[in-house]
Design a protein around this ligand. Structure first.
Ligand SMILES: CC(C)(COP(=O)(O)OP(=O)(O)OC[C@H]1O[C@@H](n2cnc3c(N)ncnc32)[C@H](O)[C@@H]1OP(=O)(O)O)[C@@H](O)C(=O)NCCC(=O)NCCS
Length: 177
């Protein structure tokens, strides 16, 4: 790494961590939601209007995060957005859920997993989606508009619009009608 890039990276990381601390600790009163949204925008995220952000939210890389209008994100949600995360209008992310957009590259044979790096796969959550509490959504997943993800599910495959899925791995239990 060149010397000239080190301070930039240091200040970017410092800025991001300061933003995470603010977002994580401030309560979700309307005024604080506005402050949190502004802080996230200042770090490079696209944040819509009237977002409701509870405390304890952790975001890894604001630059590839898009959250649209009227989205609600509950307490202790983790968004690993390095590979890109888009959350559509009016969608809700339940308590303690994790949306992950990176995998560690699995090298051939029994080489160490520590150094081959990451692969990036964007996660796209549609409009009007309800993600229950404690859900894990894996890299590359698309969740269609109006879908519901049951509490505790691990979503390993993309979810059709208006499907209700649940379980580990998540399977369709019925369609909304
Ligand atoms: C998925 C959910 C919305 C219910 O949908 P539903 O269509 O009413 O489902 P039902 O309760 O009729 O259950 C249908 C089947 O799915 C199973 N099921 C329901 N929710 C499940 C879940 N989260 N994980 C695994 N299986 C689940 C039921 O056991 C039932 O199985 P069976 O047919 O073998 O008996 C609800 O169970 C759920 O997970 N809600 C999330 C609650 C939450 O996270 N709240 C926090 C607010 S953000």
């Amino acid at each position: 790494m060149s010397k000239s890039k080190t301070p930039n990276k240091f200040f970017k990381n410092l800025g991001d961590y300061t933003a995470i601390l603010l977002i994580s600790f401030l309560p979700h009163l309307s005024i604080f939601n506005k402050i949190k949204a502004s802080v996230m925008r200042s770090r490079g995220a696209l944040i819509g209007k009237r977002t409701k952000l509870l405390s304890g939210i952790w975001i890894d890389d604001f630059s590839f995060l898009e959250i649209n209008d009227d989205v609600s994100i509950a307490k202790d949600v983790i968004l690993v957005a390095t590979g890109g995360i888009k959350i559509g209008h009016r969608s809700m992310v339940g308590y303690g859920s994790k949306i992950l957009s990176t995998n560690h590259i699995i090298p051939p044979g029994k080489e160490s997993l520590r150094f081959p790096g990451l692969e990036y796969k964007k996660v796209t959550i549609g409009n009007d989606v309800w993600i229950g509490a404690g859900v894990i959504i894996l890299p590359g997943i698309t969740v269609g508009d109006g879908a519901i993800i049951g509490a505790g599910s691990v979503v390993t495959k993309s979810v059709n619009p208006y499907a209700i899925v649940a379980g580990v791995p998540a399977k369709t239990i019925r369609m909304r009608n």
